[in-house]
Design a binder for this molecule. Sequence first.
Ligand SMILES: [Zn+2]
Length: 167
Amino acid sequence: MDSIYLQSVLSDMYMKLITHYIFTAGLLVWMLPGYLGFLLSVWLAFSVNRLIDFGHTHKHGFSSRSWVTHDLFTAPLWGLAVGFLTYYALQYANVEISLVILAGLVSALSHLFLDSVTESGIFVSGKRKALAHFSYNNPFINAVFIVAGLLFILIAFTYPVQTLFLV
Ligand SMILES: [Zn+2]
């Protein structure tokens, strides 16, 4: 896939939303075992990233991030809330509450991590911070995280996380 094609696909997307989806979903597929885990991963990656990016406010045609969803202290609350509601909706499906809550938290933190390498950065206690200053639609950095997300899915099949850390 050449970078011009990749850029045209990504430039229409809101702050690499597609990149957010793939990276978070990959990470969660690695964390959550089984078929239900896969469905949960797709759901949480979609809902948490989408919810957090509702926090982008538009001023004079530019999108910027709001501390309401993009602060290191507020974002995890949104992730935890979605995780808890998801558990509540699935409480008869025999899912482990701690794993679903943790997955919600990881979704929110993975969102912040990706945003923290872009120009607008994220908030830490209301102050803007950035680890790097790539533009949100920089094709290189988007490609890196998309590939990383796909690698997590690949690793999930060979070395599922539960064989590393859990029972
Ligand atoms: Zn964002």
